[in-house]
Ligand binder design. Structure first.
Ligand SMILES: Cc1ncc(COP(=O)(O)O)c(C=O)c1O
Length: 368
């Protein structure tokens, strides 16, 4: 059998997790899994939210509408966009990963620019879809290059994975507006943002007014439901939405109805909003405490990564190697996994997920 080989790799981060689990078993020691990419301060408590779901209803048991449940799209429009877009501009996707893949397929671009340190899946999806990619260093650099960027797409991931830094919103918006006015396409993929910002914030509504901006937003991190595989793609460009709609039909034939029902209730019902608020409150509190603790201990790689932007989470970069952390029973991911060009330099740093309970975090890091 002949196979089309893309050259894309299985995620190294998954391999690190498996290695640490094995070590933990062999040594009968407890490890702190900060190599992961999910919020683990607490679970979102869904008990009150699922109580009234009718599992026997037609909505859940038959094929869902291709672009998503109307009720969910309308809730997203209200809560993310403050009703400043049309429900038709929103397409529900199978996670952010599924959404990004379809966006990269749909856009007709010469190349795409990724942040200097980036989530490895971007490069792997782009390899599978044959889209050339390069990196950019900072927002000021993008602004300086904007005049020559027609036909190029740019990914903005803010707060960033892996660095966990957050640029000032006004600066992000100014950069996006300049880029899109010069004919560049901006893909705003910032799934960690809504962990820290609530429904009043205006960013998504502002971005939705810009024709060359595509937003991919996931429910994996902001409401802690990575298991549901649910996200959405927003664009105000009709041609883009039509092609995306065709491609998503033949990729998915509708997105899981139960997940859509559950997330609709999280966004709309009083119990749902309460569950999200409690989840976010606890999560943000412990992330903040953990970052402050690393800073006080001199472990945060401040000078290298947080001079023009702030460490926010859910990740941060520390000035210890993956090996040094593992010696203290802490799982992490070497920063070298998040760059193509600076692997050697980056290997002195590691990415930690700081979204874990503060007390356990202190226990492990007190030995530094
Ligand atoms: C930067 C970034 N974008 C998108 C995603 C996609 O998440 P999901 O496919 O779970 O929605 C992730 C997940 O780790 C991510 O880190």
């Amino acid at each position: 059998m002949r196979v089309n080989k893309s050259g894309a790799r299985y995620s190294a981060i998954v391999g690190i997790g498996e290695k640490i689990k094995e070590l933990s078993k062999q040594t009968a020691r407890e490890y702190l899994f900060l190599n992961r990419g999910v919020n683990a301060v607490c679970n979102i408590n869904l008990n009150e939210v699922v109580k009234d779901i009718d599992f026997n209803s037609g909505t859940i048991q038959v094929y869902p509408p291709n672009s998503g449940f109307p009720r969910l799209k309308s809730a997203i429009n209200e809560i993310y966009f403050h009703n400043r877009t049309r429900d038709d501009n929103i397409t529900i996707s199978a996670g952010g990963m599924g959404g990004l893949d379809l966006v990269f397929q749909t856009l007709d671009i010469d190349k795409i620019l990724l942040p200097r340190f980036y989530w490895g899946a971007y490069a792997n999806i782009l390899l599978i879809r044959n889209v050339p990619n390069q990196t950019y260093n900072s927002l000021p650099e993008l602004k300086a290059l904007a005049g020559s960027m027609a036909g190029t797409a740019v990914i903005i991931c803010d707060p960033n994975n892996p660095v966990g830094n957050k640029y000032d919103d006004a600066e992000v918006l100014e950069t996006v507006k300049l880029l899109e006015s010069k004919g560049a396409v901006v893909v705003f993929d910032s799934p960690y943002r809504r962990v820290f910002y609530d429904r009043d914030e205006p960013m998504f509504a502002e971005l939705a007014q810009l024709d060359n901006v595509v937003i991919v937003e996931s429910f994996s991190k902001s409401v802690g439901l990575s298991g549901q595989r649910l996200a959405f793609v927003h664009s105000g460009n009709e041609e883009f939405n039509n092609e995306l709609g065709i491609r998503i039909l033949y990729a998915n034939n509708g997105i899981n109805g139960f997940a859509q029902e559950l997330v609709s209730r999280l966004l709309v019902s009083e119990e749902g909003k309460k569950a999200v608020d409690n989840f976010r409150k606890e999560t943000v509190r412990d992330i903040g405490l953990n970052i402050r603790y690393l800073k006080e201990k001199g472990l945060l790689a401040d000078n290298e990564f947080y001079s023009d932007s702030d460490p926010m989470g859910i990740f941060v970069i520390v000035n210890k190697t993956e090996k040094e952390l593992l010696e203290k029973y802490i799982g992490s991911v070497s920063l070298s996994y998040f760059t193509k060009d600076e692997k050697q330099w980056a290997s002195q740093f590691s990415r930690l997920c700081v979204s874990v309970p503060h007390s356990g975090f202190v226990e492990f890091f007190s030995s530094f």
